[in-house]
Design a binder for this molecule. Structure first.
Ligand SMILES: *Cc1c(COP(=O)(O)O)cnc(C)c1O
Length: 396
């Protein structure tokens, strides 16, 4: 097939040209005398993306899952009780990781399509008067179902319960794309990865830890070596790493942070909201439903679209890929075959999304799903035409 393929999975995302060029460099010495002049400002600017002044950032060569493992093993003790909710494949996998690492996870199962049950968490924490729960795990954006949860509200519920548990946020598909405020929301461990909102290839776990988390980590007893904060803190302080860092990804991260700060975080968040709204207009015009059970759960980085009963979403995905060169996200676990996902995060604009909507629309018609040709594209066009101007003005 001529022309580029279209990548609309919710990670990896498109890499901006400036970032791709920054990565395409000769190999360099990771112990060079001038490396700190590059790394120290990089750490400082990364903190701006997490919105933390007091926290410490970490860059581990790993994917986001490695970031989870680092956050957990550095701050907890074997057998510790942690509170988590499960409402999609990623929140499930985080629970699974905790259980396999020997933690006692109190799981609140929620309907897939909803998110963090803030009131229920508040009640559980208020009832935990002995403070046995050491950690609250929150998946800000459940990528499998396109559900965004309210982390600020969760922090308020924890404060109202006067509970001292640490707050851990999985922000792999949200940080750098939708609002996230580490210090203001009292987040203790924030986990992300390079291949989603940071618009890089996979390979970096990007974390931030609060001072409270760092204090706890000094005596936390879970086994860790490769991911030990202590070694990373000691070497990062001088601008170096405890082992060979992926220099190309660090150069790429420098470029991607520049791209992000240049656009401005608030403008990035507004753009993601705007692009997502256009996709939601298309879904409504198709007469289909999102997996997210209501507007309060709508994700601005990924839409999970339910196909009508009797149809197989995997056929849509396969058709879109083979016939139109369009990659859509699949339904995972209990959502397999029931939905397909359009990722709308990272380096994207309206025309790119309209092409994804068109591709999904054609693939759905090809497999017999009764939607009106052009209906989704028309709805998205109308939304983008009528609302884009305001967005551009606000961004100036
Ligand atoms: C992608 C993703 C992960 C897993 O990240 P990997 O980089 O694949 O390890 C975890 N949580 C969420 C919410 C994600 O979107």
């Amino acid at each position: 097939m001529a022309g580029p393929k279209s990548l609309f999975v919710p990670g990896p995302t498109n890499v901006p040209e400036a970032v791709r060029k920054a990565i395409d460099i000769p190999m360099e010495d990771h112990r060079a005398p001038d490396l700190p002049a590059f790394t120290l400002p990089l750490f400082a600017d990364l903190k701006k993306v997490f919105k933390t002044d007091t926290g410490q950032v970490f860059l581990f060569p790993a994917s986001g899952t490695g970031g989870w493992e680092a956050a957990i093993t550095n701050t907890l003790n074997p057998g510790d009780k942690v509170l988590a909710s499960r409402f999609g494949q990623f929140s499930h996998l985080w629970i699974d990781l905790c259980q396999r690492l020997g933690l006692d996870v109190q799981v609140v199962d929620c309907v897939w399509g909803t998110g963090i049950p803030v009131d229920q968490f508040g009640a559980i924490l208020a009832a935990d008067s002995d403070h046995e729960i050491k950690a609250v795990l929150a998946t800000q954006n459940e990528t499998a179902t396109g559900v965004q949860s309210d982390i600020a509200a969760l922090r308020r519920a924890m404060d109202e319960a006067q509970h001292p548990a640490l707050l851990y946020v999985d922000g792999v598909s949200s940080i750098g794309s939708v609002d996230f405020r580490m210090d203001e929301w009292g987040v203790d461990l924030a986990v992300s990865g390079s291949q989603k909102g940071f618009m890089l290839p996979a390979g970096l776990a990007i974390l931030a830890a609060s001072q409270k988390a760092l204090e706890v980590s000094a005596s936390a007893q879970m086994h860790r070596c490769y991911f030990d904060f202590k070694d990373m803190i000691a070497t990062n302080a001088t601008g170096y790493f405890p082992y060979t860092p992926p220099m190309t990804l660090l150069r790429g991260l420098r470029a991607s942070i520049d791209v992000m700060l240049d656009e401005g975080l608030d403008n990035i968040f507004a753009r993601h909201r705007f692009l997502a709204e256009g996709v939601r207009c298309a879904v409504a015009a198709w007469g289909l439903e999102l997996c997210a059970k209501g507007p309060e759960w709508h994700s601005d980085t990924v839409s999970a679209i339910m196909v009508p009963k009797g149809y197989d979403a995997n056929e849509v995905i396969s058709r879109a890929y083979h016939r139109y060169g369009l990659s859509l996200g699949a339904g995972l676990s209990q959502m397999a075959g029931k939905l397909f996902r359009i990722g709308h995060l990272g380096d994207l604009n309206e025309l790119m999304l309209i092409s994804a909507i068109a591709g999904a629309e054609m693939a759905m018609q090809d497999v017999g799903i009764p939607i009106v040709a052009g209906s989704g594209v028309a709805a998205a066009e109308t939304f983008y035409r009528e609302n884009g101007e305001h967005l551009l003005m606000a961004a100036q």
